[in-house]
Write a protein that binds this ligand. Sequence first.
Ligand code: ZN
Length: 182
Amino acid sequence: MAVQPIRLFGDPVLRTPAEPVKTFDKELRKLVKDLTDTMMDAPGAGLAAPQIGVGLRVFTYNIDDVVGHLVNPVLDLGEECDEEGEEGCLSFPGLAFPTPRAIRAVAKGFNMHGDPVTIEGTDLMARCLQHETDHLDGILFIDRMDAKQRKLAMKAVREAEWSGLSAPVVKFSPHATFGRAI
Ligand SMILES: [Zn+2]
């Protein structure tokens, strides 16, 4: 099994911007497999590399039985916004909150072999593309909420049974991180 432990809110790796992938090698293919296996095991709709402690710009998704991945994503968002849609995060187990997101998103990037890929998403897929790309910038869904909603969310986080349990383990990644500790 390539299922990896999922880092919880409070772990500094979730606040660290990830580095672009530069080599599309065997290590990258293993990372995509680890992310996919961990996401499916959770189960979750998406998982970004920092959530398993790897500081590279890669995420996987699992929306309506379509499973895929994207490397080095760049987002283009529609103007129309869904203010009310509930969103969760595997790094905040058991919690979901209304989080404003663009209803349409286009993500351009690469697959694990280095071929260009474009993913056009609406609704849940668009939400997933935004949530996962945010992870690669060290941004979490609580940051996208208005102040009132964020306050409610943080209260729920403090009361969650996993809160404070995520003693962060900082270690060197087995993946190429270009000399950075992540
Ligand atoms: Zn998340």
